[in-house]
Design a protein around this ligand. Structure first.
Ligand code: NAD
Length: 465
């Protein structure tokens, strides 16, 4: 039986509640009893989540192979290990994060005590995208648990096998009174979004993010929007090491990574860079990447066709092969793309890397500044002067010098976008704070009634004037 609710949020009254309404009202009632608040509970749940990942690693690996053709190695390190690292970091730092901070009170208001304390928000809705279908729902869930919230996760319907594994096992490990998985597509999301939440954490594209924000506005619910965009890579250093880092970040998960370098701006002639990028690709995926076991597939026929149409928008100088049966597209490089076509106006989100030659570093900066602010901006250069100008002039969620993608797995760095690439950030303490209320608390005794000096009538003020 559920404990009696406390607080101001009575469960919704509905004579024929749908499953979603039932799940939500149960969660809300349990969350109102504050069972998620104690540190011990949060740590237990984090440990249970870790146990689920350990005991069902094979189920997740298989599901990711089914949904995206991810290799077992990539599934482990780009999905499971990222979540495990978040869990581990939260477990180690939770006590420190939950601590309240005493703050100073102005002299005129003393004696008094003031503090800021992170408090749970309540019930959080987490909607994930399909490209990293484990990480994108479980890393926000780690933040939600650490912050003492209840949560519903809605994995992407475009990665159905992974969604199924999450729905099957999460309730076995986590406390079902306060954590639930709801599976489904647009209709389910729409129904979930109509409900009242204390925070909505959405990962996906810009178009749907606007639907999410509009739905959240109806209840004045705060949101975190983890979106995408065209993350540029400016290349001044075209060494093989540089090309390998770019190729690795671009072609992992077949380019379906929100922080993959979307396009390259090469300062000066790009012939050598393209040759080294090709060399890097071959060293990773061999001469026949379409059948290489470490190379994944495109998520759906729709996205596959969308990507193929991009091959017509410039000169294909490397790759360009594809397999309609397996939905694989080889790592490809294009030169001199049409700047007005979808390849250069929309997020590519696939294994096609356009290389654009610019005459100067300044021209590269102007190219980036004329376009919407991306999730990340990369500079491949060892020059401290260029690095400093780049970080000063470029507006992006993250600035990374020489190591695209690596910013994602540094738990001390906030991960998120700016403007059209998103709002709010998470990972590590940033996720904990994003899903907490940083509440102020003041305590001023009446024993020494110092406030009486400012009460009306305000004759004391007039005297001063
Ligand atoms: P998607 O189509 O899987 O949609 C994301 C979620 O939104 C899904 O759970 C889906 O059910 C839901 N949804 C779809 N249509 C909806 C609607 N009309 N109303 C309500 N909910 C709806 O994902 P996507 O948008 O194709 O994801 C790709 C985008 O996500 C890219 O732009 C990528 O850059 C971005 N992304 C960002 C991050 C990040 O962490 N910032 C990570 C991964 C992907």
């Amino acid at each position: 039986p559920l404990p009696e609710p406390v607080g101001d949020s009575a469960p919704p009254v509905d004579e024929h509640p749908s499953r979603i309404a039932t799940v939500l009202s149960h969660l809300r009632r349990s969350a109102d009893t504050r069972i998620t608040h104690p540190r011990r509970f949060r740590l237990q749940q984090l440990k249970a989540l870790e146990k689920m990942l350990d005991e069902h690693l094979e189920d997740f690996v298989q599901a990711l192979a089914e949904d995206l053709g991810k290799s077992a190695t990539e599934a482990k390190f780009s999905e499971i290990d990222v979540v495990r690292a978040e869990i581990d970091f939260a477990q180690r730092h939770l006590a420190e994060w939950m601590d309240s901070t005493s703050v100073k009170v102005p002299l005129a208001l003393q004696p008094a005590m003031a503090k800021v304390e992170p408090r749970p928000l309540g019930v959080v809705l987490i909607i994930g995208a399909w490209n990293y279908p484990v990480q994108l729902v479980l890393a926000p869930l780690v933040a939600a648990i650490a912050a003492g919230n209840a949560a519903v996760i809605k994995p992407s319907e475009l990665a159905p096998a992974t969604s199924g594994v999450l729905a099957k096992f999460l309730p076995v490990y986590l406390d079902e009174r306060v954590y639930a998985v709801v599976e489904g597509g647009v209709d389910t999301s729409t129904e979930l979004l109509a409900a009242r939440w204390d925070h909505i954490f959405y990962t996906g594209g810009e178009r749907v993010a606007k639907i999410v924000a509009a739905a959240a506005a109806k209840h004045l619910t705060p949101t975190t929007l983890e979106l995408g965009g065209k993350s540029p890579a400016v290349v001044e250093n075209d060494s093989l090491a540089s090309a390998k880092r770019l190729a690795y970040a671009k072609f992992m998960n077949s380019g379906q990574t929100c922080v993959a370098p979307d396009y390259v701006l090469s300062i000066g002639d790009s012939t050598e860079l393209i040759q080294r990028l090709g060399q890097a690709i071959t060293s990773f995926y061999g001469k026949e990447p379409l059948t290489h076991p470490d190379y994944g597939r495109i998520v759906s026929r729709k996205h596959f066709d969308r990507l193929l149409s991009m091959f017509e928008q410039g000169e294909v100088v490397f790759g360009g092969e594809y397999d309609e049966e397996t939905l694989r597209i080889a790592p490809s490089i294009m030169r001199n793309p049409d700047l007005e076509g979808s390849l250069m106006t929309e997020e590519i989100f696939g294994p096609i890397l356009p290389v654009i030659e610019v005459e100067s570093f300044e021209e590269a900066l102007e190219f980036i500044a004329r376009r919407p602010s991306p999730l990340a901006a990369y500079l491949m250069s060892e020059s401290p002067r260029l690095q400093s100008i780049f970080s000063d002039r470029v507006r992006a969620g993250s600035i990374v010098h020489n190591a695209p993608l690596v910013q994602m797995v540094v738990p001390t760095l906030p991960f998120g976008g700016i403007g059209p690439s998103g709002m709010g950030a998470y990972h590590g303490r940033h996720g904990f704070e994003r899903l907490s209320q940083m509440r102020s608390e003041l305590n001023k005794t009446t024993v020494v009634d110092t406030l009486s000096a400012i009460y009306p009538p305000y004759s004391w003020a007039k005297r001063k004037i």
